[in-house]
Design a protein around this ligand. Structure first.
Ligand code: SF4
Ligand code: SF4
Length: 66
């Protein structure tokens, strides 16, 4: 069953520090082109650990639709 929530990273705010990637228990985050974090929504548990550790406040926890 899918989690009800997922993380979304704002690439315009992300500083590409990699902290969220290291923190994610699912390995759902990668840094694309060395420039910004991207969350694989299908793998994300919505636990919020990435959002909590992000120094830039670039990650928001969203509700899944449906
Ligand atoms: S909410 Fe949790 S599972 Fe989802 S990307 Fe962030 S740390 Fe990973
Ligand atoms: S912790 Fe925040 S600033 Fe750092 S890579 Fe992740 S989203 Fe970007």
């Amino acid at each position: 069953m899918k989690s009800k929530r997922y993380a979304r990273a704002d690439k315009d705010v992300c500083a590409a520090c990699g902290a969220c990637m290291d923190e994610c228990p699912r390995g759902a985050i990668e840094i694309l082109q060395g420039c910004y974090a991207s969350v694989n929504e299908a793998m994300c548990l919505g636990c919020g650990k990435c959002a909590a550790i992000c120094p830039a406040g670039a990650i928001e926890i969203m509700d899944r639709e449906g």
